[in-house]
Design a protein around this ligand. Structure first.
Ligand code: ZN
Length: 59
């Protein structure tokens, strides 16, 4: 099975996940905490970038 891959574009951090939800969560958390853009690669080959400013701060 091809995993989802979250890979930071600014540091060596990265993880593989079996589902989109935890991968996206990791990407958003790292982007927000480290202020790094994180690329999110789907099993289909599609990729997206989660930017530090994408998440609205709803606190
Ligand atoms: Zn990073």
């Amino acid at each position: 099975m091809t995993p989802w891959t979250a890979r930071c574009e600014r540091c060596p951090a990265g993880e593989r996940f079996l589902a989109e939800r935890p991968a996206r969560r990791w990407a958003e958390t790292h982007a927000r905490h480290a202020r790094h853009a994180v690329s999110l690669e789907a099993p289909s080959g599609d990729s997206a970038v989660v930017s530090p400013g994408d998440e609205a701060d709803r606190s």
